[in-house]
Design a binder for this molecule. Structure first.
Ligand code: NCD
Length: 353
């Protein structure tokens, strides 16, 4: 089975991964060989440091091997091969495929044609479930719990896929609440706000770190996602709005933990790094253990049967111009009904009907 959205699995499954990551961290030698003879493909159509290298080292540390590319221009993608054919071929060579792609819904699309499990390592501005597993391991290790947390999420809540996956996961645990710190332009998409309402998860919106930092247990800082803006001018208006520095941190409680999926641009100043409440560099290391645990569990799971279904080429009906259906026109149209809207299964964009 593939991992596209953490909600493909239950919170009990996430807890098991978090616990297993803790066991691996304590006794890594017990897990060497867990992936012996297995091959993981890492297909990165977008830049990456932590996600790609932590997946690769996770596989090597489990005794497995890695193939793949981090620049699609060096693969047959540059000759015009579509995602369906690439994943059909690569899944014939490997036991797990890890995919990062600039288009929303790309991982789901690839999983439909793959004969091995696909792990979503980031699909455009949509989701990033393995960053959330990393975040869950970090919260468990650094705060001792995944429940009853008041979590400030700051920065680009509109395009930040790490934020979307984190919010989707933490609202499934008892007593968590969110303080959503962003400009109006970069606030959390409506479909996620509706999801918080459906789960009776409390949230408030704020436009300023200083006013809310004193009662937070967690502050999750994020980068303004430059590459997802329609124009340079739009990005210029949003950059540098939220900067966490040592002075603002003086207002926070000693129990605060500061997370950031990284890379940071300038939203956290260097003086914060030495504060014991800043755990973002540890978080990157926890990510490797989270991915080791995930690989172990995915290798134990069922292998999907890649679809050979042929679909007619057609114009997509999804309104999101960054949806994978716009560049891979053979994909079957898939919408689910939610209230008065239809939601694209690939990118979760709502379409008014
Ligand atoms: C994030 C991503 O790629 O979404 N990076 C990561 O995987 N740790 C965050 C970002 O790029 O800002």
């Amino acid at each position: 089975m593939s991992l596209i959205d953490l909600n493909d699995f239950t919170p009990a499954y996430w807890d098991d991964i978090v616990a297993l990551a803790g066991d691996i961290l304590d006794k890594p030698q017990n897990f060497f060989g867990a992936a012996y003879g297995k091959v993981m493909a890492t297909l990165f159509y977008e830049p990456s440091t932590r996600t790609q290298l932590s997946f690769q080292t996770a596989m090597y540390r489990l005794g497995g091997q890695v193939i793949g590319f981090d620049n699609p221009d060096g693969s047959s993608v540059a000759k015009g091969e579509n995602l369906r054919d690439t994943i059909r071929i690569v899944s014939g060579y490997s036991d797990i495929a890890v995919l990062r792609h600039p288009r929303e819904g790309a991982a789901l699309a690839a999983s439909m044609y793959s004969s091995c499990p696909v792990i979503n390592a980031g699909d455009g501005g949509h989701l990033h479930p393995t960053q959330t597993l990393t975040d869950l391991v970090t919260l468990k290790k650094e705060t001792g719990r995944l429940t009853g947390l008041r979590v400030g999420v700051c920065g680009d809540l509109k395009h930040g896929r790490t934020v979307h996956s984190l919010v989707k996961a933490l609202c499934r645990y008892e007593g968590n609440e969110f303080v959503l710190i962003s400009t109006k332009e970069l606030c959390l998409p409506d479909y996620l706000l509706s999801m918080l309402d459906r789960h009776d998860c409390r949230y408030i919106k704020a436009d300023n770190i200083e006013e809310v930092i004193s009662d937070l247990d967690v502050l999750y800082m994020t980068r303004i996602q430059k590459e997802r803006f329609a124009s340079k001018a739009d990005y210029a208006k949003q950059k540098d709005v939220y900067i966490l520095n040592g002075d603002k941190l003086k207002l926070a409680s000693p129990r605060l933990r500061i997370l950031h999926p990284l890379p940071r641009v300038d939203e956290i100043t260097g003086d914060v790094d030495a504060d014991p409440r800043a755990v973002y560099f540890k978080q990157a290391v926890y990510g490797m253990y989270a991915r080791m645990a995930l690989i172990i569990r995915m290798l134990e799971g069922d292998k999907p049967i890649g679809s050979s279904a042929y679909c007619e080429l057609r114009a997509t009906e999804c309104d999101n111009p960054n949806c994978i259906t716009h560049i891979e026109p053979y994909l079957p149209e898939q919408f689910r009904e939610e209230g008065h809207t239809h939601v694209c299964e690939y990118c979760e964009h709502e379409k008014l009907v």
